[in-house]
Design a protein around this ligand. Structure first.
Ligand code: ASP
Length: 586
């Protein structure tokens, strides 16, 4: 028998009992006649005591134990004289009578503690050791509980968990496909799903009515920001629903998770904000509603006073940073540099200081008098002690930069409280997005998203203005999920492909199967997919989705533990009818 209890189970009630425990040696300390060992497993840590006076031989053996040795001990539970209130087992210790080393261990390359000395790359290389750390393992436990509650909620709502294939054909989520060569069909390739989008729509045509799947998706993107080439979605689709029917069901899912996982009730219906409103008030299509500091447009107030920068701009706007009038020259210069970074591309930053004594000072004093500065302050809700930050330039760029500046100031002023959660639905996204590189419109969501019927006219006159029945769930500035009501009519789908610049031939080749299915009674339907890794990271309070995943890839898409991607043998290449060009030498 390896154990009667686990390492997190024993407490004062067990004093006097004979127990067997197995686990890893976290650390050991010799204190004269006594050796103390912390024994660790998934469930906790228990202190073991070896007493020189009682059994010198045993104590000698204990002294030879190295970190991460796997051992089994038999002993009696005793009350500790020196209790540790931070450990659930902190009231007791085990007076060891027998010790057996089940396996030794090399010295681990980093300390297996919450605060480790291992850097990212090292932790990933030895991920199986990294996962022994509480802080990382806890995320996997959270992930498990969330997956369980998601399945429970959706099953109760009548959703069926259906698996869709992994070896498929290109899906239109706008990223590059990962492809898999087919040995049996030389020169032909499968693509890995960027999402099960077309399959879940086909399941609706099949009459399954409500589908979900917690599913791996694959997108070959440059791994900027916090992305993984393979990630997990909670993928869902429903028939005979309008937008709000669907949002209700998934608001229910979010509430269920907040309640069961976080022990929180979110008050009131989740707000619904149009994309246009989110952009103009927050400069962002995933606004963080934990704090105000909203953007206001100043264009009308500031133009025509001879100040070139404002007159030449298509948009002038600002935010009010409460209590920041005390910012020094140096701090303001640093902020100016910050908005000038190429990512934001602003030319400069203008400010108005509303001093505590009621006087107003600005970086544009030459052009605007105190009366005008007062007017701006009123519009932005600024009062004594506040600082107004103003950006000017091309409308969209400037709004986005103001959005970033707002988040930065929110961070500096500690207004983004990790304990608070503010979900909202962002709705009515534009259907199309202008792609400056390819000089054509592409689908902002994907080409199966339905436009608003009343906007169809705009297709001919102003395609960029057509609104889509698309929506995102946003929590604390993080896009947690997105979806849309779909096109279910063959003609409309054809028109959409046409608008996206697909020839009929291309559309048929890529998505002919879906268009054919639409000829056999496709019900009105819609769906959504949530980024599961991201949702786990949000609830875990961690910055990166990497630690929400057991075995993630690094920023160059490599798994440094198993060392892949890697080359394959010439025989394998031949079998697949492949030749590698420009193979880089190792
Ligand atoms: N397939 C979409 C995505 O992966 C989600 C959806 O429209 O349901 O973003």
């Amino acid at each position: 028998m390896y154990r009667t209890h686990n390492c997190g189970q024993l407490n004062i009630k067990h004093v006097g009992q004979k127990v067997i425990l197995s686990g890893w040696v976290r650390k050991s300390r010799d204190l004269g006649g006594m050796t103390f060992v912390d024994l660790r497993d998934r469930y906790g840590i228990t202190q073991l005591v070896f007493n020189m006076e009682k059994d010198a031989g045993l104590c000698g053996e204990a002294r030879k134990l190295g970190r991460e040795f796997v051992i089994r001990v038999t002993g009696e539970v005793a009350e500790r004289s020196n209790k540790n209130p931070r450990l659930p087992t902190g009231d007791i210790e085990i007076l060891v009578e027998e010790l057996e080393v089940l396996n030794s261990s090399l010295v681990p390359p980093f300390t297996i503690e919450d605060e480790t000395d291992g850097g990212d790359e090292l932790r990933m290389k030895y991920r199986y050791l990294d996962l022994r750390r509480d802080v990382v393992r806890k995320n996997l436990e959270l992930r498990h509980r969330m997956a369980f509650e998601i399945r429970k909620y959706l099953s109760e709502q009548g959703f069926l968990d259906v698996e869709t294939p992994v070896l498929i054909k290109s899906t239109p989520e706008g990223a590059r496909d990962f492809v898999v060569p087919s040995r049996m069909n030389p020169g032909e390739f499968y693509a890995l799903p960027q999402s099960p989008q077309t399959f879940k729509q086909l399941l609706m045509v099949a009459g399954l009515d409500k589908y979900f799947q917690i599913v791996k998706c694959f997108r070959d993107e440059d791994l900027r920001a916090d992305r993984q080439p393979e990630f997990t979605q909670i993928d869902c689709e429903m028939s005979f629903v309008e937008r709000d029917d669907l949002l209700d069901v998934f608001e229910g899912l979010a509430r269920h998770l907040f309640r069961t996982i976080m022990g929180m009730e979110i008050e009131g219906a989740f707000p619904k904000m149009s994309y246009t409103e989110a952009m103009s008030r927050y400069g962002n299509d995933k606004p963080d509603l934990r704090f105000g500091m909203e953007i206001s447009e100043l264009s009308d107030l500031v133009k025509g006073k001879g100040f070139q920068v404002f007159d030449a701009a298509t948009y002038v706007g600002g935010i009010c940073a409460k209590g920041c009038a005390v910012y020094s020259r140096k701090q303001l210069d640093a902020l100016t540099e910050w908005v000038r970074r190429p990512q934001l591309g602003m030319k400069g930053l203008l400010y108005v200081k509303y001093n505590e004594d009621g006087s107003l000072r600005s970086s544009v004093d030459k052009f605007y008098g105190e009366q005008e500065l007062k007017q701006w302050s009123e519009l932005l809700g600024a009062g004594p002690g506040d600082l107004i930050l103003i950006l000017a330039g091309e409308r969209e760029l400037t709004l986005k930069a103001l959005g970033e500046l707002r988040l930065e100031m929110g961070n500096r002023l500690e207004m983004r409280d990790p304990e608070i959660f503010k979900p909202l639905w962002v709705v009515d996204f534009p259907l199309l997005e202008w792609n400056a590189e390819s000089k054509r419109f592409t689908a902002m969501h994907h080409p199966f998203t339905s436009p608003y019927e009343e906007d169809l006219e705009l297709f001919r006159t102003d395609p960029g203005k057509v609104r889509a029945k698309a929506y995102d769930l946003v929590i604390n500035g993080v896009e947690i999920g997105g979806g849309s009501i779909r096109i279910h009519d063959e003609e409309m789908q054809k028109q959409m492909f046409d608008n996206l610049g697909f020839t009929e031939e291309e559309a048929r080749k890529q998505f002919g199967f879906l268009m054919s299915a639409f000829r056999y009674g496709a019900p009105p339907h819609g769906g959504i997919a949530f980024g599961f890794d991201r949702w786990v990271a949000l609830f875990a309070g961690i910055e990166s989705i990497r630690d929400a995943i057991a075995f993630p890839k690094n920023n160059s898409g490599r798994d440094v533990m198993i060392d892949t991607p890697s080359t394959i043998s010439d025989e394998q290449l031949e079998e697949l009818s492949l030749k590698v060009l420009n193979q880089s030498s190792e």
